[in-house]
Design a protein around this ligand. Structure first.
Ligand SMILES: NC(=O)c1ccc[n+]([C@@H]2O[C@H](COP(=O)([O-])OP(=O)(O)OC[C@H]3O[C@@H](n4cnc5c(N)ncnc54)[C@H](OP(=O)(O)O)[C@@H]3O)[C@@H](O)[C@H]2O)c1
Length: 164
């Protein structure tokens, strides 16, 4: 099972200067809760922007560089290897834009943080056919001193997917 997880602003921006365009610690906690204990896949640029593997998760980093190696994450060079791993466990695709684009047709489920603001940036989530996706759960984020934006979490399933 392949689940995309990301946060985007109203214009679809997900990144700015190799980091997130906003500061929302609540969203980082949400990400931790959703992905802990599972396998997360990210592009080499996103890995380097975080600077280390996140705890309590198996991290897989995609690069085309055959000499790239990490001590705290598994390094892979092809989409096929990830699809094989996702056959028998829950795998979360965690970005960035190039990696979401690469797996766009393969996603089974989406977990999206909708930041209800215009934050700008240099990296956007790829164009997505939302008519294929059904919102199955929605939860409002709490705006407070540390999370000073309106945001909500949406869980989506692909229409026509029959997983019992
Ligand atoms: N808002 C969110 O939820 C969220 C989530 C994640 C990331 N981001 C943001 O997104 C931005 C980074 O996104 P990005 O698109 O620039 O970079 P990225 O997707 O993180 O990484 C791109 C890299 O992945 C590797 N790659 C891409 N396609 C590949 C393939 N087919 N096979 C093997 N390796 C492949 C390449 O690494 P090599 O160059 O090493 O070959 C490529 O340079 C940052 O601003 C980050 O903060 C936001």
């Amino acid at each position: 099972m392949l689940t995309f997880i990301w946060a985007q602003d109203k214009d679809g921006y997900i990144g700015k200067d190799n980091t997130m365009p906003w500061r929302l610690p609540a969203d980082l906690q949400h990400f931790k809760k959703e992905t802990s204990g599972h396998t997360i896949v990210m592009g080499r640029k996103t890995y380097e922007s975080i600077g280390k593997a996140l705890p309590n998760r198996e991290s897989i980093v995609l690069t085309r560089d055959p000499d790239y190696s990490l001590t705290d994450a598994k390094v892979v060079h092809s989409k096929a290897e990830i699809l094989e791993i996702a056959q028998d466990k829950d795998v979360f695709i965690t970005g960035g834009a190039e990696i979401y684009q690469l797996f766009l047709e393969d996603a089974d489920a989406l977990i999206v943080t909708h930041v209800e603001a215009t934050c700008g940036g240099d990296t956007r989530f790829p164009t997505m056919d939302w008519s294929k996706w059904q919102l199955t759960k929605r939860e409002n984020g709490t705006r407070d001193a540390k999370n000073d934006l309106d945001f909500w979490y949406g869980w989506y399933e692909k229409m026509g997917n029959n997983r019992g």
